[in-house]
Design a protein around this ligand. Structure first.
Ligand SMILES: [Zn+2]
Length: 666
């Protein structure tokens, strides 16, 4: 939709007046819109954040005041409100850092040393509530997940009196951020700033309770929809990007400038500042109108700018066609500079961070910049609009997004070449996800809470790789057309909402028109291994007893033509039970097709005919991509070319490297 673009025009004169008269000092809310000129809501706007923030680029700190208006749509009085204070994760005794040290996270292995440069903090210096006064001393840190008293990533306040259902409450919160050197996608590097998860954010009332988890090593975020008006004051040499429309820019007498951004129907707001960004502008038009694209490139990376733009437009076109419209009028891509890679590969509403290397050493055949950009754009759908609980249901954002990444990258860059395309080695985006799955096929169910996985590797293998493989298999079970229809329905039904796992599964079942509980129970909610094997094929002469001629004296046992007793044995090697198709080919050109319910441990098929078995293959249509071992899916009579789907050895060797590189960035 282009509603904000229209608003810019209509609101121009009024804004100029407001900007001229608005006090510049911190402490005035940057509210630029009245209810009358905001766009028609796409979401239920529970929150309205107005934040006035000032960056100290030398000290790497931010001082800000936040006016949060919370509308109580919970249907009951609310007196206690929890807030996320994510930056407090970057302290040695926090739950986040404790888990990183024990189990690892993206970019930091288990056993990592504490590095003080990664220290980050958010301190609330004053907490006031409209009509109730200063409640700063009522704040208390809580640890709902693990009871770690040293964790200060969640704070709650109990008000002197409850907020009635349907009423609103306004919090006025003054806070001070100490930005870490980039860690976990936020922070600074030299004079580059990626400012994410940087302000006190209220929890979500969900399933009749407050949902406000501590920040964990492997978890992301969860928040309500609303509007954001944010004024950032930075040195005048900064190039600033943000997840909102730029409403105004004003130079201040003290050498700073103030930029005001506005954003509607989003769940978060992030921004970036860096004096050396080169803003590459473009636009894309989809079914909901024209979208302005800003690609903020770092010096030395300019060769990747057209690559970012090409994949972005390709992905936007396919998402628009397959799943539904992109309703915002802007999208900003941030290309972090050298050394700030840890800020890359991250999603925020209408702002994503990508990742590439220096121009001279980044080969075109390695499609990491494309895959990361596609992935983070995909999160605009699976996270920013379909706003699932990333703490609890990581597979619903990362996994569904990995599935659509495989689809989109395959469609744009070729089914076999969508991750790497070199003369000596090719790899698909899907193969890369399948390798992640194979590394961790059975540690945890997809439906496990994000911080309860065995470790970081299990979290990544299951919530990205396994989920993509599970959904690609599901697509082959119900049919590609049905799957696409179901995904479209799921998006349209749950955009601007907070669906739970059952909402996804029920939508798929409903559109597919079949009971898929057998699959959901094992693949989504279980840890069963899917692995069927053609364990034996034999072709025995039916007159085996007559090979020496001894039996020929009995006329009744003489045979004119040789006949064979052919057998195929299929075994279930894993504990995942799925129907099995079998195709048996004979040397006279005939073919037998069998269907087994897959429930027993093995089954034997026997044929008596004047032909020997040439080959036997289970899953001949290659539907069951969840099958752990493709090598044992087939056998041929000569014994040595067992697998029809062999992967080259060279590819296996390089795949490990690709896999690490890609998972690092996504
Ligand atoms: Zn992701």
């Amino acid at each position: 939709m282009k509603r904000l673009r229209v608003l810019h025009f209509l609101g121009g004169a009024a804004l100029a007046f407001l900007m001229a008269t608005a006090a510049r000092a911190q402490g005035t809310p940057p509210q630029m819109y009245t209810a009358a000129n905001e766009g028609q809501p796409l979401s239920t706007r529970v929150v309205n954040y107005q934040i006035d923030a000032r960056l100290d680029a030398a000290k790497k700190t931010i001082d800000a005041t936040e006016w949060l208006t919370y509308k109580n749509l919970t249907g009951q009085p609310q007196q206690t409100f929890p807030f996320h204070l994510y930056l407090n994760a970057f302290q040695p005794k926090s739950t986040f850092m404790t888990e990183v040290h024990l189990y690892g996270t993206r970019g930091m292995n288990a056993g990592s040393e504490w590095d003080p440069k990664h220290y980050g903090a958010i301190t609330i210096t004053k907490f006031e509530v409209e009509g109730m006064g200063d409640l700063t001393d009522k704040m208390q840190f809580i640890q709902p997940d693990d009871g770690n008293k040293n964790d200060q990533t969640v704070m709650q306040v109990t008000l002197p009196k409850p907020i009635a259902p349907g009423a609103s409450v306004q919090f006025r919160i003054a806070f001070h951020d100490v930005m870490p050197e980039v860690v976990e996608r936020t922070g600074y590097k030299r004079d580059f700033f990626m400012v994410g998860q940087w302000f006190p954010k209220v929890g979500v009332w969900w399933h009749n309770a407050w949902n406000c988890h501590q920040f964990h090593a492997t978890t992301e975020f969860f928040s309500d929809f609303g509007t954001y008006d944010v004024r950032v004051t930075v040195p005048q040499n900064e190039v600033v990007g943000a997840g909102g429309d730029l409403i105004s820019t004003n130079d201040n007498a003290d050498g700073t400038k103030s930029l005001v951004f506005h954003s509607e129907d989003v769940i978060d707001f992030s921004w970036t500042a860096y004096p050396h960004f080169i803003d590459v502008e473009d636009s894309w038009t989809g079914s909901a109108g024209t979208v302005k694209l800003h690609v903020l490139m770092s010096p030395g990376h300019m060769a990747s700018a057209p690559r970012y733009i090409k994949v972005l437009k390709g992905a936007m076109t396919l998402f628009d066609r397959w799943y539904g419209p992109y309703p915002y009028d802007r999208l900003t891509v941030v290309d972090p500079p050298h050394g700030a890679e840890e800020a890359g590969g991250m999603e925020y509403p209408t702002l994503i961070t990508a990742g590439t290397g220096p121009d001279l050493v980044t080969p075109k055949g390695l499609l990491t910049p494309e895959a990361v950009t596609e992935h983070e754009f995909g999160h605009q759908y699976w996270y920013a609009m379909v706003a699932t609980n990333e703490f609890e249901d990581a597979w619903m954002d990362e996994g569904i997004n990995s599935y659509t990444e495989c689809k989109v990258m395959g469609a744009l860059y070729g089914d076999k070449t969508s991750a790497a395309d070199f003369p000596f080695a090719q790899m698909s985006d899907f193969s890369q996800h399948r390798l992640e799955y194979l590394a961790e096929p059975d540690t945890d169910p997809m439906t496990r809470f994000g911080w309860q996985y065995l470790n970081d590797s299990a979290y990544g293998g299951v919530s990205y790789g396994k989920t993509a493989t599970v959904l690609l298999t599901l697509e082959r079970i119900i049919g590609a057309d049905k799957m696409q229809e179901a995904m479209h329905e799921y998006f349209m039904r749950y955009r601007f909402k907070h669906p739970a796992p059952e909402d996804f599964m029920n939508t798929i079942q409903e559109v597919a028109g079949q009971d898929l509980s057998w699959y959901f129970d094992q693949a989504f909610k279980g840890t069963q291994i899917l692995d069927y094997e053609v364990s034996d094929i034999t072709s025995d002469r039916a007159d085996w007893y007559n090979e020496s001629g001894a039996a020929a004296k009995h006329d009744s046992l003489k045979k004119a033509a040789p006949e064979y007793k052919d057998t195929v044995v299929v075994q279930r090697k894993g504990d995942f039970i799925a129907p099995v198709d079998l195709e048996v080919k004979f040397d006279d050109g005939s073919v037998a097709r069998e269907h087994w319910d897959g429930k027993g441990r093995w089954i034997r098929y026997s044929y008596v005919k004047a032909a020997q078995i040439k080959s036997a293959e289970i899953d001949p249509e290659h539907k069951m991509w969840l099958d752990r071992d493709f090598y044992n899916d087939s056998q041929t009579a000569n014994g040595d070319s067992r697998a029809n789907r062999k992967i080259g050895n060279i590819l296996l060797a390089v795949s490990e490297w690709f896999s690490q590189l890609l998972s690092y960035l996504t």
